[in-house]
Design a protein around this ligand. Structure first.
Ligand code: GLC
Length: 400
């Protein structure tokens, strides 16, 4: 494995004392962000509501820092506003249901979804021996069935119908929809318009969008991974076959010349593929060992995505790469965590070890930021942010 470049002397996992501190600080952070209703806010000022994939990551973290009750409560609340067809809103406005009601045209919840990380969270609870209700399992399976069924309709892959559904809001993968004069402000306004063009079912579940439908490689990798997580712990066996087909369809989008998966078939591609980290999440599900090796090499290589504080979210050679800008180059803790999970599952112990060390370096230097500079760890976005506490999971498991 090439490119393990964490500088000597910046290895916060080495002394046991410091490793314990990361877990203690992560636990204290989650405690400070815990809401009596039973979920953790990402940040008390910037993100004072419940977000779908954040809560799934929080649930996994609560489990590993020793509070399975909160892990179950938070995951249960992800589904508080699930629709009868399985659709899970990406945000729940518990205490201010009317706050953005005119924007979303409904109260209490958003009109879009987010990566269905609940399959992983359920599986982690099951693997830890935590008793969970059949209803929680059924809700997680129904969320995935909605995506693979009504949302996918007759497509090979599941489309996202708004950039925010990716969780990676300003990724250069969406620049085609932002236009050449893109600025963060103009893109924010455009994203508002793209909410208006969403087509929903009679019950308000987002199904399509004539102005933005993308078979995102990243999103599909996470749909497949989360469904497989349920199948692997003996739940939702009916998902096994559709997910195998989904992985096959995703793998048909591999572009060896760019070491990445495409969001569209190569023959229908209208733009050169922009190399972003999230598009490599297929490493969680592909059966192709050569692709797995190629992805980890790039994810760790400082000439590609690698950084001392975790992989950059945009390949360093892309014109869009900016290590300070939101979703244009910084390292994101939840992405580093997912690549660490992939490395462990795919038997890449050296990659898992390097990613664990880099994630911990990032949280230490950034003060548990939302995202940070991949080389220096300088904190960016909201500080502190709850999902940075995922560093405690890698410490607990790696030290395990
Ligand atoms: C930002 C991120 C999104 C996340 C949310 C709350 O909008 O792009 O992925 O869920 O913040 O942390």
């Amino acid at each position: 494995m090439s490119g393990d470049t964490v500088p000597v002397g910046t290895d916060p996992l080495e002394p046991g004392r410091e490793a314990a501190t990361v877990v203690d600080r992560a636990r204290a952070l989650l405690d400070a962000h815990w809401q009596p209703r039973g979920f953790t806010v990402p940040n008390t000022a910037v993100y004072p509501h419940q977000w779908l994939w954040d809560s799934c990551f929080h649930s996994v973290t609560w489990l590993h820092v020793g509070d399975p009750d909160r892990a179950v409560a938070e995951l249960t609340n992800v589904f508080a506003r699930q629709h009868d067809d399985g659709f899970v809103p990406h945000m729940t406005y518990w205490d201010q249901p009317e706050l953005h009601a005119s924007f979303w045209r409904r109260s209490g919840e958003s009109a879009i979804t987010q990566p269905p990380m609940y399959g992983h969270a359920v599986a982690e609870l099951v693997r830890a021996g935590v008793a969970i209700d059949a209803e929680l399992v059924q809700r997680a399976a129904a969320g995935l069935e909605f995506l693979l069924g009504p949302r996918r309709a007759d497509r090979p892959l599941v489309p996202i119908v708004h950039p925010w559904e990716s969780g990676c809001d300003d990724s250069p993968r969406w620049d085609r929809w932002a236009g050449p004069a893109r600025t963060p402000g103009s893109w924010r306004a455009r994203k508002g318009e793209l909410v208006d063009s969403i087509r929903a079912s009679a019950t308000g579940s987002a199904l399509a969008n004539p102005d933005f439908e993308v078979e995102s490689a990243a999103f599909n990798a996470l749909v497949a991974f989360n469904a497989r997580e349920l199948v692997d712990v003996g739940l939702a066996p009916g998902l096994a076959e559709p997910v195998d087909a989904l992985v096959e369809a995703l793998d048909a989008r591999w572009d060896p010349s760019r070491t990445s998966w495409r969001d569209e078939p190569a023959d229908g591609a209208s733009d050169p593929l922009v190399r972003t980290l999230e598009a490599l999440l297929g490493v969680l599900v592909t059966p192709d060992g050569d692709r797995v090796a190629a992805v980890f090499e790039e994810v760790l290589d400082v000439g590609a995505y690698g950084g001392a504080c975790g992989p950059a979210q945009v390949h360093r050679d892309e014109p869009a790469y900016d290590p300070h800008a939101y979703w244009r180059g910084p390292a994101w803790p939840q992405l580093t965590y997912l690549f660490w999970v992939a490395a462990r599952r795919r038997g890449s112990a050296a990659a898992a070890d390097a990613l664990a060390r880099r994630l911990v370096a990032g949280v230490e230097r950034s003060g548990f930021a939302e995202y940070w500079h991949p080389d220096t760890g300088a904190g960016l976005g909201a500080v502190p942010q709850s999902w940075a506490a995922l560093a405690a999971v890698v410490v607990v498991v790696e030290d395990g």
